[in-house]
Write a protein that binds this ligand. Structure first.
Ligand code: PAF
Length: 282
């Protein structure tokens, strides 16, 4: 039997009243920020949130400020009713779905800019992106004031940026990262996979396959720069346009300085008109 759908609130004051009631029960509160179009990766985040906190809030807001002028804001999938059914099944307690005017009222003029982990990688290709993400995530944290916030490792650089944001602004939110959920053929789950044609969908796992081969080569003692260059070639040979394939320090995302540090491989590439990103540990 389908479970009851979670309550939906649309304003900051309604959200704060609901969270106050949760705290009145003595519950810890976890927030799962999303842009909707929920898939099994989001469901895994909510499931984990329910394990670590008594009450789970899921925000659904397609954030215009993290999309560039030529990006997919208007065609980004919006599946609100199906999202509520998935959240009912996994037992989320509350959905926060603010209207754009609630998040960015007339005259809104503030931006949060995080340095450090936001430098390079995505920023080289989407210079607007992390200020948009940091501003909306900062606002969501301030609106909800959760104990925990959960993010997928699929957006690894984003996870590092929001962790830095919470620490640097003393927001008191413990950011929890969760392993990427993948299809059987390795493709990382993403709301944007819905854009892929059948032929593109068959090609898309080349990113994960190539990163995995590079990770294996590095683990076997190979040079990281050579391994990522080979991965970039393999992805390009499959017909994608590569934005980057990079080996970085897994904690700071800085360039590798020498042997012995934790390494993360990260990639972004266009498959037709769809931009896919992925990353794996070495
Ligand atoms: O990862 C996402 O879905 C978005 O970037 C986030 C964190 C919800 C901010 O809009």
């Amino acid at each position: 039997m389908a479970r009851t759908r979670p309550n939906v609130v649309e304003t900051v004051s309604q959200l704060r009243a609901a969270v106050r009631a949760f705290r009145g029960e003595g519950a810890k509160v976890a927030l799962v920020p999303t842009m909707g179009a929920l898939h099994a990766g989001h469901v895994a985040l909510v499931r984990r949130a329910r394990e670590i906190a008594g009450r789970t809030v899921v925000s659904i807001f397609v954030n215009p400020t993290q999309f560039g002028p030529t990006e997919d804001f208007s065609r980004y999938p919006r599946t609100f009713e199906a999202d509520l059914d998935k959240l009912a099944d996994v037992g989320a307690d509350l959905v926060y779905a603010p209207a754009p005017g609630e998040m960015y009222p007339e005259g809104f003029a503030t931006r949060i800019v995080v340095g450090g982990p936001s430098e390079g990688l995505e920023t080289d290709f989407r210079p607007h992106f992390f200020a948009g993400v940091a501003t909306v995530v900062g606002k969501l944290f301030i609106h909800c004031m959760p104990d925990y916030a959960l993010f997928g490792e699929k957006d690894y650089q984003q996870l590092k940026v929001v962790t830095r944001l919470s620490r640097d602004l003393d927001l008191g939110v413990q950011v929890v990262g969760m392993a990427t959920v993948r299809e059987a053929d390795g493709l990382a789950l993403s709301s944007r996979n819905a854009y892929l044609s059948a032929a593109e969908r068959a090609t898309a796992p080349v990113i994960h396959r190539s990163l995995s081969a590079a990770a294996a080569a590095i683990r076997a003692g190979g040079d990281p720069a050579a391994a990522v260059a080979q991965a970039a070639d393999a992805i390009a040979e499959a017909g994608l346009k590569v934005d980057y394939v990079a080996a970085r320090n897994a904690d700071t995302l800085a360039a590798l300085a020498g042997p012995g540090e934790p390494v993360r491989l990260l990639a972004a590439a266009w498959l037709g008109s769809t931009r896919l990103i992925d990353n794996i540990p070495v």
